[in-house]
Design a protein around this ligand. Structure first.
Ligand code: HEM
Length: 396
């Protein structure tokens, strides 16, 4: 790109202006090369090819380092140290196989009618609220409610843990932002401690009262007590955080492009490609890090052993080398090799469930609210890595 300098392209991940539309900044960075040393984030891969190489790289891994001072973060560190997402090699392979086994035993296919019924009920209530009150918040009433309900049901989490789950998870994931600050770090540890206590109780209960749920399935597998808690916590958090934001960011994208919403309303056959396109167009997870296990390189950029390097998935998602017309929202896009679910060893285990939840929501919105519109421009969450909306007020 002519005339772009590195300082034009640098972005401040906490700048609200940047968060509204980060994609032009990413385009400037891609034009300068595949990997850059960002002043705040360190080396970042910004092209689709470089992010793919990074995520597939055998010399790079997710190497967990405890939050410091470790004495202040016992529960937060326990959850992550024992999460399969944070492990590599044989431990990762063993935990992943166990979870995949418990997860894949027909759970998603069996759940489909129930997920569609829950989505239908939530969207019907949203439509009723719009009729009664003029507008309603699609995030609270649908985008957050559905994934939390589904993952809590899958893991057999009873009330009151179910309603506390979103608050705990939201507090914990702010630690993944570049600079969360002392207050949010303390809140993350408090949430993690309550979450660990709840999960210890849940696993003890399921040991005594086995059910048809994933926690019971994991209890039958060869996991120690902390691995069980770490795995259940990962599933509960990963099982809803991103899905909430795909439904939120995706609905906003459709309402900003009413021609695409109309296309989807008139053609249910487009649901599958629309789900992939919404994940690509405004990804809910913008960045993932890896650490070099040995001296290595990504797209020719040297990465010494022990150095962190990030895949900027938001930039990869709009790379013209990988997508035709990447800044166009096209719900019928067929060639769509997006990296929204990751790639390689840590590829998302919940992708089939996430696809089902988003498709069920689009279908329910089409049937109950074909004239859906924005009631106001929505406020964003102030976070960069977990990209989402605080509220999405809609009308019809
Ligand atoms: C649209 C929604 C979702 C998106 C965009 C998404 C995205 C991702 C991504 C990008 C990764 C890889 C992270 C990395 O490479 O460092 C991942 C991993 C994972 N996801 Fe998802 N996810 C979604 C929904 C779900 C759901 C519904 C579940 C579970 C029910 C889930 C469970 C997991 C697990 C367990 C991993 C870790 C896999 C491993 O480390 O081997 N995800 N997800």
């Amino acid at each position: 790109m002519a005339g772009v300098s590195r300082s034009d392209a640098w972005f401040d991940p906490s700048d609200p202006g940047f968060l509204i539309d980060p994609y032009p900044h990413f385009a400037s960075l891609r034009a300068l090369g595949p990997v850059h040393a960002h002043p705040q984030l360190g080396p970042v891969a910004v092209t689709h090819a470089a992010c793919s190489e990074l995520l597939r790289g055998r010399d790079l891994g997710r190497i967990w380092v405890d939050a410091e001072p470790a004495a202040d973060f016992p529960a937060f560190n326990l959850l992550h140290r024992n999460s399969l997402l944070e492990r590599e090699g044989p431990t990762h392979a063993r935990l992943r196989a166990l979870v995949a086994g418990a997860f894949n035993r027909g759970h998603t296919a069996r759940l489909e009618p129930w997920v569609r019924t829950v989505a239908d009920g939530l969207v019907a209530r949203l439509a009723e609220r719009i009729r009664d009150e003029g507008s309603a918040d699609l995030i609270a009433d649908v985008a957050a409610a559905l994934p939390v309900e589904v993952i809590a049901e899958l893991l057999g989490v009873p009330e009151p843990g179910r309603s506390a789950l979103r608050g705990w998870s939201n507090a914990i994931v702010t630690m993944y932002e570049p600079d969360p600050g002392a207050e949010r770090r303390a809140a993350a540890e408090r949430a993690a401690a309550e979450f660990v206590a709840e999960l210890r109780e849940l696993t003890a209960y399921r040991r005594a009262h086995p059910g048809d749920d994933l926690v019971t399935g994991l209890l039958a597998a060869d996991l120690d007590a902390d691995e069980l808690v770490g795995t259940a916590a990962l599933l509960l958090m990963a099982g809803h955080e991103a899905t909430v934001n795909v439904i939120g960011n995706g609905t906003l994208a459709l309402l900003h492009h009413p021609d695409q919403w109309k296309r989807l309303v008139s053609d249910p056959g487009l649901d599958a490609t629309a789900v992939e396109e919404l994940i690509r167009f405004d990804p809910p997870l913008q960045l993932f890090e890896r650490t070099a296990i040995v001296d290595t390189a990504v797209a020719g950029f040297p990465v010494p052993a022990g150095t962190k390097v990030a895949a900027l998935l938001g930039a990869a998602a709009h790379d013209p080398q990988a997508f035709d017309g990447p800044d166009v929202l096209d719900v019928g896009r067929t060639r769509n090799p997006h990296l929204g679910f990751g790639l390689g060893a840590h590829y998302c285990l919940g992708a089939p469930l996430a696809r089902l939840e988003v498709a069920a929501t689009l279908d329910a919105l089409r049937r109950h609210l074909p004239d859906l519109q924005l009631a106001a421009e929505p406020p964003r969450r102030p976070d960069f890595v977990m990209r989402g909306l605080r509220e999405l007020r809609v009308t019809a």
